[in-house]
Design a binder for this molecule. Structure first.
Ligand code: NAP
Length: 316
């Protein structure tokens, strides 16, 4: 054990809605939690321009703004948010060890809230042209496509919400989807279908991203007829779902086939004192409000876990 390791009662990995809500609850239980932010302060919510379905904000709230409010509220009660990235965990003995960029942490309990990352199409040209026309974040990159032609891939809430956001900048937004039915909510579909800048290409997949220095065109394939075509565009935004950020916990915790950390209704993982919350453990709901709820539940349970342990060790 390194002498410089920081010993904490509750260590939280991830600073999205789940991690910061867990921090708020753990801080209010006077457990002085430390949150390691990872790469994305505010989590995926911070990549969303406006969140319209988080209760308490009838006019909607900016994704970055909501993250800042979560953080401020947790810090008010004593949570510490460190801009640090966890690299490895050791659950073989208590306190559990987490090795991060800035050093080691020893934690009596852990709340894993490392979220999820956008899936890629995994087609030729996609990786090479990421940042040169290909993007996974409309809030980050939408502005670069002022008066330009943009394509969105996906048929879920993310694709529709972000497509509508990009209509603020782009001259046209074409949503390409591999089927005829969408998963997106009826309200979002209605708004998009009525928007004058929006077009739809259905039953079609993108098979290649074409361009030298920057994106120039996409190769498309009609999945019903097999017909291939080329579609010129300046931007390609891909919103086809997410994969949980759980690689670090592989073979250390029970997980589903898709890599979601398994939790019971108390947010307990297969390791005592290790809890998980938010999209790392939620393949079903994946909403800001559900992630925040899971974070709060995980912190309440971590508090109970530590209290039970303390009373078991205190003299009768
Ligand atoms: P999603 O609901 O899983 O939708 C992914 C979409 O991408 C689907 O239409 C899917 O097509 C398509 N897709 C997947 N792999 C593909 C591939 N290789 N090539 C082409 N298309 C592909 O993902 P999401 O839109 O990111 O939403 C995730 C969760 O977050 C959902 O529960 C959603 O409700 C929630 N969310 C909510 C809001 C909101 O309420 N405001 C906003 C954003 C996200 P198929 O339909 O054919 O499978």
């Amino acid at each position: 054990m390194s002498d410089s390791a920081k010993h904490v009662k509750v260590l939280i990995l991830g600073a999205g809605p789940a991690g910061l809500s867990a921090a708020l609850y753990a801080a209010r239980a006077e457990l002085e939690p430390i949150v390691l932010t990872g790469m994305q302060l505010g989590g995926q919510a911070a990549l969303t321009h406006t969140i319209e379905n988080y209760p308490g904000f009838p006019e909607g709230v900016g994704g970055i703004q909501l993250g800042e409010l979560f953080q401020k509220q947790a810090e008010r009660f004593g949570a510490k948010v460190e801009f640090d990235l966890a690299q490895a965990v050791d659950f073989s003995q208590r306190p559990y060890k987490v090795t991060a960029d800035s050093g080691e942490y020893l934690a009596d309990s852990l709340i894993l809230a490392t979220g999820a990352n956008p899936l890629h199409l995994e087609i030729p040209g996609e990786e090479e042209l990421t940042g040169r026309g290909v993007s996974y974040c409309a809030t980050c990159d939408g502005w670069f496509f002022k008066d330009k032609k943009v394509v969105i891939v996906g048929g879920g809430d993310s694709a529709f919400e972000e497509a509508l956001f990009i209509t603020r900048y782009a001259s046209s937004v074409t949503l390409i989807h591999r089927r005829e039915e969408f998963r997106a909510s009826v309200l979002l579909q209605k708004r998009a279908k009525e928007h004058p800048k929006m077009n739809f290409i259905l039953n079609t997949v993108v098979t290649e991203v074409v361009g030298k220095e920057k994106l120039e065109a996409l190769k498309l394939k009609d999945v019903k007829t097999g017909a291939e075509s080329t579609f010129e565009t300046d931007g390609l935004f891909i919103f086809i779902g997410h994969a949980p950020n759980s690689q670090m916990f592989k073979s250390k915790l029970e997980m589903s086939e898709l890599g979601y950390v398994k939790v019971n209704d108390k947010m307990e993982t297969s390791v005592p004192g290790v809890f998980a919350a938010g999209e790392i453990a939620d393949p079903t709901f994946r909403q800001v409000v559900t992630s925040a709820g899971m974070g709060a539940a995980a912190a309440i349970q971590a508090t109970r876990f530590l209290e039970a342990e303390e009373s078991a060790h205190s003299p009768a």
